[in-house]
Design a protein around this ligand. Structure first.
Ligand code: ADP
Ligand code: MG
Length: 710
């Protein structure tokens, strides 16, 4: 989600659906791109010609519609007009003199201030006519502009009369740079871009041919043309997304399996050992899961339930069903921290029942890893927990029955699908249980996941007190600090969360590192503090977390690494500084780290004086409600669903041309078309099919950093 651990911008990869695979030539080989620009492009995630072509304009400048100066000033927009140069003049003397050119068009007289552009003296000749584009305003009793572009008045102007793309810029790269290199790339490569959509679809909607659509997105003949081109390409994105989803759903349906009664002996044993009883909703969901497991087709179920409602336990019991059937389960979490915590909980709960659990993460040593994989392959491990490392190529299960994905919204849609594909290798596909604290509207669930069953936990375990939420302005944090101090003296623990790991030159924000030192030396000299963020070595993170869990640390100063899943019931204070920098769900997740036991808990959201409208509504929402479902709805209305569904996640599956909420109708259309096509031509779902393969090939590698935030 939109957590704000600003540890390096995550480069946005081009959409998976955009099939431009042949254009993998590095940008650096392109004419007009030198070493420095190439480096800057790389930092922005633009490394190939395809990336360059998918660097789409954020806007367009209309140099077609004539807007005389007077009219432009009245409307507060740029003038686009034909002017005659009257005279030249200079402001100031000598070397520092600035050229000032008086011009007029049909509507007004005005002055061009040529700061640093005295060379325009010879380009703009008195008495001659020029096309001019510029933003004029009244100053010192005259109309002026210093931001303008001109071109000699001819019958065939190069720029005037066109629609110009306005690109997102990086570093010192200019609009002119992007226009030039993209134009060159289009000239050299666009003819090679093949149409991938089935011809009848292209005809049905009168879509643009792909190579033309790409060209028109950058250099359209009119604004309408740009829209039309975007729609064509957007349709294609949805089409591929739906194709992959449908293909998966079909395959599941088409793989009937032997199943039957699932014993619940192990589950009953676990329940008997628990210090508490399951909640009604936990029971209900487990019954649904058991039905699925006993049915003839694999389960595809989303379990949603607010932070702290006890999803982990449900997951473990579901895993026990699989184990009891003599098969294996895998549970994946988005961060190493959470995976390790799950593994530890699983070990203490399940090993006494004779169930063998293991943890596989990216940092397991090679020798250990080899042994672990061997045990897994011969069935000596029943439940494997871990990060995405679970699904690397060499991980082979003996009989993988159930895949559980915790905090599923942290993974991209296609990421999830790719993981499932792994589990399928050669065997009947595993049952899937996706878990999330961020509920998804039904219509989106259908369109984004295909056919997915949804289970919901609404009740909290008994005895929980709602977390008391307080807002405080920066400057008033002393009160919060003394509250925390009192809680710690009563034996409780606290989290402090900051939006940055370390001091940033560009942002005036408190950061975890500096605040850790500050809090430790100045505010809480008698207490035990520790620092936790994603850039620390795994070993150190583990140690710190262990100490915090064991009560050996009073205050954990952290970034949003602790946002998901972390469970330390004795912690009762969550202090988030610069709360305005966090998304609503992130705030809710953070607050969910406390109030996990019978102790009254507190969340303090400290915010900066300067709040955006959106920041204000987020804080208001978080203060007013503790219900995750209500919060998810508010979140949806504040910023749209992309983030909720995990579809529009930077670095993974980024929809370039469409937005799920705005273009929901187009998405539904694409979905219906895919369904129809699959009926007519089941070959489309053949994994050997070029289109399908391409889409799968473009699933980018997973990185925990993007999962953990940023
Ligand atoms: P989440 O749904 O956010 O993943 P967890 O699974 O981490 O929540 O559970 C939060 C806490 O609630 C844990 O400490 C867990 O042991 C406890 N818990 C789970 N189920 C129950 C229950 N039925 N009664 C009491 N406590 C429970
Ligand atoms: Mg959880």
């Amino acid at each position: 989600m939109c957590s704000l651990e600003l540890c390096g911008a995550s480069p946005s990869k081009p959409s998976v659906a955009m099939f431009l695979r042949e254009l993998t030539e590095p940008t650096s080989t392109q004419k007009g791109i030198g070493r420095v620009s190439s480096e800057t492009l790389k930092k922005a995630g633009i490394t190939t010609v395809a990336d360059l072509l998918l660097h789409i304009p954020r806007n367009y400048e209309d140099r077609q519609t004539v807007v005389p100066i007077a009219q432009a000033v009245a409307a507060g927009i740029a003038a686009n007009t034909v002017v005659t140069v009257i005279t030249h003049d200079y402001i100031g003397r000598g070397k520092n003199a600035t050229l000032k050119i008086f011009i007029e068009d049909e509507s007004a007289r005005a002055a061009l201030l040529c700061f640093g552009r005295n060379f325009l003296r010879s380009a703009l000749v008195p008495g001659k006519r020029y096309f001019l584009y510029g933003q004029f305003s009244y100053k010192y009793n005259e109309l002026q502009t210093s931001a303008f572009e001109t071109e000699p008045y001819t019958q065939n102007p190069a720029i005037f009369g066109n629609i110009l793309p306005v690109y997102p810029l990086y570093g010192s790269l200019t609009q002119r740079f992007f226009r030039n290199v993209i134009q060159a790339a289009l000239r050299n490569y666009a003819p090679d871009i093949e149409n991938e959509l089935p011809e009848r679809i292209v005809e049905k909607y009168g879509l643009e041919q792909k190579s033309r659509a790409i060209r028109l997105v950058h250099f359209p003949g009119s604004l309408e043309q740009a829209e039309q081109a975007k729609k064509s390409l957007g349709y294609e994105e949805f089409f591929y997304l739906q194709l992959v989803i449908k293909r998966r759903a079909k395959k599941l349906k088409a793989s009937p399996r032997h199943s039957g009664k699932i014993g619940a002996g192990l589950a009953a044993k676990l329940e008997a050992r628990l210090p508490f009883g399951l909640t009604t909703d936990q029971r209900k969901v487990l019954a649904e899961i058991r039905d699925d497991l006993e049915s003839g087709t694999p389960m595809m179920r989303l379990l949603q339930g607010d932070v702290g409602c006890g999803k982990t336990l449900v997951a473990f019991i579901a895993a026990l069903f699989a184990v009891e059937a003599g098969e294996q389960a895998a549970m994946m979490a988005p961060t190493e921290l959470l995976a390790r915590q799950h593994a530890e909980t699983a070990a203490s709960m399940l090993e006494p029942l004779g169930v063998r659990v293991a943890l596989l993460s990216g940092t397991v040593a090679p020798r250990m890893r080899a042994r672990l994989l061997e045990a897994l392959a011969c069935g000596d491990i029943d439940i494997l927990l871990g990060t995405h490392a679970l699904f690397s190529q060499d991980v082979k299960f003996k009989r993988l029955r159930l895949v559980i994905i915790d905090e599923q919204h942290r993974f991209g849609v296609l990421q999830r699908l790719a993981l499932v594909e792994k589990g399928e290798l050669g065997k009947s596909p595993p049952d899937m249980l996706l878990m999330t604290a961020t509920p998804i509207p039904r219509s989106l669930a259908l369109t984004v996941f295909g056919d997915l069953d949804v289970s919901t936990i609404r009740t909290m375990p008994p005895g929980r007190k709602p977390v008391e939420t307080h807002l405080a302005r920066i400057g008033n944090e002393e009160k919060v600090y003394s509250w925390v101090s009192r809680e710690v003296k009563n034996g409780r623990q606290a989290y402090f969360v900051y939006p940055l790991i370390e001091q940033s030159e560009n942002l005036e924000l408190k950061d975890a590192q500096s605040m850790f030192h500050n809090l430790k030396s100045r505010v809480f000299p008698d207490l035990r503090l520790a620092l936790l963020h994603s850039r620390l070595p795994e070993e150190e993170k583990k140690e710190t977390m262990d100490l915090f869990v064991g009560g050996k640390i009073d205050i954990l100063v952290a970034t949003s690494v602790i946002e998901v899943g972390v469970n330390v019931p004795n912690a009762t204070c969550m202090v988030v500084e610069h709360a305005e920098r966090f998304g609503l769900s992130a705030l809710h997740q953070l607050r969910g780290r406390v109030g996990r036991a019978e102790h009254q808990s507190y969340a303090f959201f400290i915010y900066d004086k300067e709040l955006t409208e959106e920041g204000r509504s987020r804080l208001k929402a978080i203060k007013e409600t503790t219900d995750g479902f209500v919060i998810a709805e508010k979140d949806l209305s504040i910023r749209g669903p992309g983030e909720l569904t995990g579809v529009r996640q930077a670095g993974r599956f980024k929809l370039v041309f469409v937005d799920i909420l705005r273009d929901l109708e187009l998405l539904k259309t694409a979905r219906a078309d895919v369904e129809q096509l699959l009926e007519d031509d089941p070959g489309l779902i053949d994994p050997q099919n070029r289109v399908v393969r391409t889409v799968l090939d473009r699933v980018p590698p997973f990185s925990e950093e993007t999962a953990a935030g940023g």
